[in-house]
Structures are given as C-alpha cells and as structure tokens.
Ligand binder design. Structure first.
Ligand SMILES: CC(=O)SCCNC(=O)CCNC(=O)[C@H](O)C(C)(C)COP(=O)(O)OP(=O)(O)OC[C@H]1O[C@@H](n2cnc3c(N)ncnc32)[C@H](O)[C@@H]1OP(=O)(O)O
Ligand SMILES: N[C@@H](CCO)C(=O)O
Length: 540
C-alpha cells in the first residue's frame, strides 16, 4: 500500500511505499517507548531463507532530512535498548552535541527480536494470528541492517553520513558498512567486535540457561501475566556483571550493607519473622530467591519448640522443612522489644517497590543509621553473638537491577536477541578470515574502546582499528567496564563530535536548521559512579 501523506512530525517526505503506524496493541512492551513509528514491510526474507510477512520495524527520528536526503545519522542500539535514543544516549542529543538535531536527520531502528516494536516473540505472526513466542525465527545482525535499510529508503534517505552504535549497536554499524562507502560514509563502532567471541557466546548461553531453568518458562509458552521473571532476572544479573568491572564493583560497593534510605532493600517478598531456628536458617539460606514455593503454600501449624532436628537426607530435609516452615504472610512485623537482633535492631524505614516506587507492604527493621537489621525472634535467654552479614549492597544492587529489568523486557526476546548476537561474524560469506573481511571496508572509521571492558575487549577494538584500512582508535577512559559507553556521556560525546567535525565539515560547519521538537536529554549529564553508592548526575 502506498501513502502520499507527508509526515510533518518527523519531517520526512512521502510518498511512502510502506504503511507507517504508531500503534501495536498486541505488544505490552510497545507503550514503554514514546512516540515511535512502525513501518510495516510487506515481505522480508531472512538470511536463513525464512520469509516473514507484514514485518513491523519500529523507529524514531529526530531533525529534518535535507533535500538531497544525505544529512543522515543512523544510530544503532545495544541489546536491551530501543529506538528511543533519548532513553539511553539522551545527553548526546541536541544542538552542538554529537547528535545535532539541527544538522542531521537522525534515525534509530529497533532490532528484530527486541520487545520494543519490531517483529519479535511478542508480536503476532500474521499468517496464523498467534504470537511468535519461542517460534520466532532466528534473525541475524545482517537481517537487521537489511530491513532497517528498507525503512530508510522509504523515508527518502539517499546516503548515510555517519553510522554510530555500541556493543550490539556496533555490530550493526559494521554490517551497515558493508553497503559500501557510497551509501554509508563514516562509521563509529564502539565497544564491539568483528565476531561474537567464545567468551560472549558462553555468557549468553549461561544467561539463556538461567531463563530456561525457571519452571515458569514453560518451553517459551508462558503468558504475559505469569512470565519467568526469576530466570530472566538471574540472566540480567550475570549479564550486568559482564557489563561492569571487578574494580568498579569493589569501589562502588565494597562490603557495604544496603541502606534502605537510599536504595530499595530487595529481599524475598512476604517474609515473616522466623518462629524457630530452622525457619531462621531457611530465611537466610533462601533470601532473595524468587522461586520459593513455600512463600505461596498454606501455613502449616507452627512448631513451638526450639528443637533443631537431626541432620537428614536431602529428601527428608526437604519434607521436614515443608512441615515446619509456615507460609510467610504479607507484612513483616516490626522487631519486637527484646529481640535478639542485637546492636542492629532499632527504628524502621520504609522500603519502596522498585516498580512503583511506592512503599512495600514489608517494612524492614533498620538500625538508627539506616542499615538493615538481621531479623530474628528471641529464642535463647542468653544474648546472641553479633551475626555475620549475608545481605550486601552489591547483591542488593543486582537484585534491584533484575527487578527493574523484568518489568521492561521479555524472556523469549532475550533469548532471541542473544542468539542473534552469537551469529555475528562479519567474515561469514565474505572472506576467509576477519582481517580479510575488515579490509574490504573503505569508510573512515572511529573505533572506540574501553580498556576495562572484559566483554568486548580492548584487543577486539584494536583488531577492528588494525584491519579497517581508514580507521583510528580512541579510548574511553573509564574503570566501569563495557557499559562505560552508556555511562561516560561526556567522553563519548567529545570523541564522536571531534570525528564528525573532521569528517563531515560540510554538515558540521553549515548553519544548523531550526528544528522544533521536544526537549531531549533531560538528564543532561554524566552518570558518575564509583564513589560509594552515589548515583550522581553531573551537568557537563
Ligand atoms: C523502556 C526502556 O527502558 S528502554 C531501554 C533503556 N535501557 C537501555 O537502553 C539499555 C541500555 N542501558 C542500560 O543498560 C542501563 O540503563 C545503563 C547501563 C545505561 C545504566 O544503568 P542504571 O541502572 O541506570 O545505572 P546504575 O547501574 O548506576 O544503577 C542505578 C540504579 O541502581 C540503584 N542502586 C544503586 N545501588 C543500589 C543498591 N546497593 N541497592 C539497590 N539499588 C541500587 C539506584 O537507585 C538506581 O536506581 P534507578 O535506576 O531506579 O534510578
Ligand atoms: N547495558 C547494555 C549492555 C549491552 O551492551 C544493554 O542492556 O543493552
């Protein structure tokens, strides 16, 4: 279907070959991304040979396309990102910044397999009306750039001045480059690789296994109402560790214990004070686990004795635990007077739910300085010795990040995208090895690496810069590890800006156009982390 409507909101010219829409009612993740468009590609054949029909591709644009259709900047998102660049690189968008909306027509398209609008497990297969779910076919980075190019063609783009992206986005940047210098003039691959390494493939495998081990995963046929959040959360936790560095965790968290006046305290929900020692032990043992069946079972009669049963076989132990461990009802009573919580006992602080930022039903007793008390019932007449800490800030942070992630991402999409990453290899079908494949590129390239990146190592950035003939290598100086490209806004902005000024003087020196659009980069700053637990936003 052809539409001749000129979309003034985005400033691109018609007529469009494809239908462009703004809604995707079947996808519960779609509303998380504001003001994006979807182009519906009638038919698209994947690298695998599978042909999809009526394929949605979500995208967002900023700025205006010039008459020649060549003032174009393509930005590519990372694994869990979306087409909304302002969500993850917001501080780089705006006049006189790297993503200058007065000079460039900026476009970001959502990857296939992502939950944020392009075809994925959370969209419907038009041939049968069912969600694709775990039957969504394998897609590759090459599929992404091939289908994204169709969208650019439809918007009237004739040439891409610069293509920029980090991590998975950097993989797309490299694949874009194989369209040739006549179409893509300059590239900025950041913290990425020419092919997914054995290390990255292995982390991705461990994360997928975490998801599949969640009983709620149901071979991928779970419902949106009851998804495998425990498995997906665990996958995000281990992924997050690979996105940061050991040193950044040490300096940020050390052996601190959580301070609920500053960050949500994430414990197993609906926990109550233990009524006997075995229950106390069980509480500590299973703290933070999301799949505790006992939390949902009806309360057996509580034992009143202090008896600690004899050690038993694991099968027996399991049975006895069930018998003596009551269901933990909503709401945790405050530490009773005279409790053996020791010197940690004291006032209570409100704990907020990460999803809603509303106070949880559970208020955890805290010390006067805000630290969490170890919660116990009095069970002996003699004072308890100081108890060792088992809940640290570092793990509380991971739990928080997992909880945050499962509200915005889908497990099948996670599997789909990580499998896509594993296919990445620029030499596939092009050359015998990576050096020969990279040598085919003729664009000017700014490769940006992070020395503390243990996932997409600095050596991999050196490899890109060594074999792409017109490449230079720059470094983000950060102890944060891989995610520094999403955290060190100022450095990333400065490096890209310098490269664009050098490579695109006709765009960068010309007067900018007046563009009326909403403010971007409201969080205009650099996230400084590494000092205690301070999450500081500092203007630059
Ligand atoms: C719909 C969408 O969301 S679209 C997609 C958005 N995301 C993307 O595009 C993917 C790329 N982005 C990312 O991966 C991440 O957002 C990053 C790497 C850029 C930054 O991650 P963040 O979580 O913002 O930063 P950081 O690691 O500093 O964590 C800060 C958060 O942890 C919390 N926190 C810090 N320490 C602790 C602790 N000890 N215990 C509990 N929580 C803690 C902070 O309160 C803060 O919470 P908030 O996110 O609710 O403000
Ligand atoms: N934090 C990034 C990591 C991948 O580079 C993401 O979630 O997309």
């Amino acid at each position: 279907m052809t539409t001749t409507k000129i979309d003034r909101f985005h400033g691109f010219r018609g007529p469009h070959k494809y239908v462009h829409t703004r809604s995707q009612p079947e996808n519960p993740f779609f509303p998380l991304i504001h003001q994006q468009q979807i182009a519906i590609i009638p038919e698209f054949t994947l690298e695998s040979g599978v042909t999809l029909t009526d394929v949605p591709v979500a995208y967002k644009t900023w700025g205006e396309l010039n008459e020649a259709g060549d003032n174009v900047m393509v930005i590519c998102h990372a694994l869990s990102g979306s087409a909304d660049v302002s969500d993850w690189w917001g501080p780089l968008i705006g006049p006189n910044k790297a993503f200058d909306t007065t000079r460039f027509f900026i476009i970001c398209c959502n990857a296939l397999g992502s939950p944020y609008g392009s075809a994925s497990p959370v969209t419907r297969d038009p041939t049968c009306g069912q969600y694709y779910g775990p039957e969504f076919p394998l897609t590759t980075i090459r599929d992404d750039v091939n289908i994204h190019r169709l969208v650019l063609d439809d918007l009237g783009v004739t040439q891409v001045a610069a293509c920029i992206g980090g991590s998975m986005g950097g993989m797309l940047v490299l694949e874009w480059a194989y369209f040739g210098e006549e179409y893509v003039r300059n590239i900025v691959p950041i913290a990425t690789s020419a092919r997914h390494s054995a290390w990255c493939i292995s982390w991705a495998e461990a994360q997928r296994q975490s998801i599949s081990c969640d009983p709620k995963y149901e071979d991928g046929y779970y419902t949106f109402e009851d998804p495998p959040v425990a498995g997906l959360g665990a996958a995000r936790m281990s992924a997050l560790l690979t996105y940061r560095s050991r040193n950044s965790f040490e300096s940020r968290f050390g052996r601190n214990i959580p301070d609920p006046s500053r960050h949500p305290y994430i414990s197993t929900p609906s926990r109550r004070l233990p009524v006997n020692p075995r229950e106390e032990h069980w509480n500590i043992h299973t703290d933070g686990f999301k799949s505790c069946k006992k939390l949902n079972s009806p309360p057996p009669s509580s034992p009143s004795s202090e008896c600690i049963p004899e050690p038993a076989s694991s099968a027996t132990l399991h049975k006895e635990e069930k018998e003596i461990t009551p269901t933990l009802p909503p709401g945790l009573p405050p530490t009773p007077p005279g409790s053996s919580a020791g010197s940690d006992a004291g006032s209570t602080a409100t704990v907020r739910s990460p999803a809603t930022n509303q106070p949880n039903a559970t208020n955890h007793p805290t010390t006067a300085n805000g630290n969490i008390a170890i919660i116990t019932q009095p069970r002996t007449k003699t004072p308890s010795p100081q108890k060792p800490t088992t809940h640290f800030s570092a793990q509380n942070y991971l739990r928080y990040q997992a909880d945050k992630f499962v509200t915005r991402f889908d497990a099948n999409c996670y599997i789909s995208i990580t499998r896509k990453l594993d296919t990445h290899d620029v030499s596939r079908g092009r050359a015998a090895d990576i050096p020969s494949a990279l040598s085919q590129l003729s664009q000017h390239a700014l490769v940006i690496g992070i020395e503390s990146d243990g996932l997409f190592t600095y050596a991999e950035q050196q490899e890109l810069a060594q074999w792409i003939p017109n490449a230079k290598l720059a470094t983000i100086d950060s102890p944060e590890g891989h995610d520094a490209f999403l955290l060190q806004f100022k450095e990333v902005n400065g490096l890209i800006l310098e490269f664009l000024e050098e490579r695109l003087p006709e765009i960068m020196k010309a007067p900018g156009r007046e563009v009326v659009e909403k403010r971007f980069g409201e969080v205009a700053g650099e996230k400084r982390i590494g000092v205690g637990e301070v999450d500081d936003i500092t203007a630059w």
